[in-house]
Design a protein around this ligand. Structure first.
Ligand code: SF4
Ligand code: SF4
Length: 258
């Protein structure tokens, strides 16, 4: 189960097929399928910044507590930015920390990859600033939902799973992850990587530091995704979602000066 955000469409494994937005497939997932919650175990569940925002809401934790308790941060040598994964439980099946006997215990706030599965969605940023999207279907042996007869398309499945709101945040993030300088191999200092983690994944601490005047605000770029373009700390967006969009613009201006 994974949401990929890539530049070029990757070479696909045999059980992964690309589907058009209006292509019909049959699938259903419900407590009656014998594989119920099988996909919530032994997985690498990558978390986007917006996933963490929603997990923060689901758990009532601060962003720092969430990162400490439930999130693994990794950055292999040669990788431009760190990756963030949800912790799995050491129960012999590497179960997701949020799976229970009745299913997902944080269902309304489950991450985008959980909503997307058994599809995958890739967003590629174009040179004119537009986004090219493609979907794949992932047919894993343990997933018996494909035997069900409910019809979907990629577009309708996205809508059914409430993905459109998640996709707004994840697509906006490509302005950083797929920036031209990143595509050309730009590497960042440890301090810049800290700002990446802080402004995207640790929103409460980010807000606190801005309010304390510990971070400069070098005139974030106005962005159509955000209604806020604060120039002063006192104008910080009042809620986490607006702050996340604001933080993306702020980070972009910090990482890609000139
Ligand atoms: S967050 Fe919920 S849906 Fe996603 S893997 Fe964990 S239990 Fe399953
Ligand atoms: S394995 Fe497939 S059908 Fe089974 S619970 Fe997961 S998504 Fe649903």
């Amino acid at each position: 189960m994974a949401e990929t955000v890539t530049h070029e469409p990757p070479l696909l494994p045999q059980n992964v097929t690309r589907i058009e937005a209006d292509e019909v497939f049959t699938f259903a997932c419900h407590p009656g399928v014998s594989c119920f919650t099988e996909c919530c175990r032994e997985l690498e569940l990558a978390l986007t910044p917006y996933d963490c925002l929603r997990l923060k809401q689901a758990t009532g934790l601060t962003s720092s507590e969430l990162l400490d308790r439930y999130v693994i941060q990794e950055q292999d040598s040669g990788e431009t930015f760190p990756r963030f994964y949800l912790t799995m439980v050491d129960d012999g099946r590497a179960s997701c920390v949020f799976v229970g006997p009745q299913g997902c215990t944080i269902y309304p706030n489950r991450p985008a990859a959980c909503r997307t599965y058994p599809m995958g969605r890739a967003a590629s940023r174009l040179s004119d600033g537009g986004i090219d999207i493609f979907h794949v279907l992932i047919r894993e042996a343990h997933c018996l939902g494909f035997a069900e007869q409910q019809e979907h398309t990629a577009t309708s499945y996205d809508q059914d799973q409430g993905l459109e709101h998640y996709n707004r945040f994840n697509d906006a993030l490509t302005a950083i992850l797929q920036h031209e300088q990143v595509r050309q191999g730009r590497q960042f200092s440890p301090e810049e990587i800290e700002l990446f983690t802080l402004s995207l994944y640790d929103l409460d601490r980010f807000r606190d530091k801005l309010l304390a005047g510990e971070l400069s605000t070098p005139g974030p770029r106005k962005d159509h995704h955000s209604e806020h373009d604060p120039k002063e700390h006192t104008d910080l967006p009042p809620d986490d979602e607006a702050l996340l969009f604001w933080g993306m613009n702020w980070l972009q201006s910090r990482l890609f000066k000139g």
